[in-house]
Design a protein around this ligand. Structure first.
Ligand SMILES: [Zn+2]
Length: 145
């Protein structure tokens, strides 16, 4: 198989696969080979010099927009990794979270990192008492183990 860069009479560029150079010659100018954008049958090969120049430009051009998505994904993955650590190295006290957080804060229970569920009001109340509470961006039902 060979891949050709093709261009139609309306300047749409596209790639097409052919079994051989003869295969391309046979299909060129027939309804078998039309522009995928405008359906034009006036399709010719992009001259190789243009082809090379285009590739050279692509290599020196700034990263394509997809690059940003990849970075965002890897940041999200790092965030989840950090989160996973917090979740696996803390004790799940569930609904008893506000109560347990207070017991730890006032020295009635061993100091440790706990996690659990608390309403917004409960979280605010804990913070007002000087207890460090971190809201996790994961629903309690989500299993990260
Ligand atoms: Zn076209």
């Amino acid at each position: 198989m060979i891949v050709y860069d093709l261009i139609c009479d309306a300047d749409h560029r596209f790639e097409a696969w052919f079994a051989s150079a003869e295969d391309f010659e046979r299909q060129a100018g027939t309804p078998m080979l039309t522009c995928p954008v405008c359906n034009s049958g006036e399709v010719r090969r992009v001259p190789s010099a243009v082809h090379t120049a285009r590739h050279g430009r692509e290599e020196s051009a700034p990263p394509p927009p997809e690059h940003g998505h990849v970075a965002a994904f890897s940041e999200r993955k790092n965030m989840l990794d950090a989160l996973r650590k917090i979740l696996t190295q803390s004790e799940n006290v569930g609904q008893r979270f506000p109560e347990e957080a207070r017991r730890i804060h006032y020295g009635e229970a061993p100091r440790r990192t706990i996690r659990g569920q608390a309403s917004h009001e409960e979280t605010e109340a804990l913070r007002e008492e000087g207890i460090e509470v971190m809201s996790l961006p994961v629903p309690p039902s989500e299993d990260l183990h």
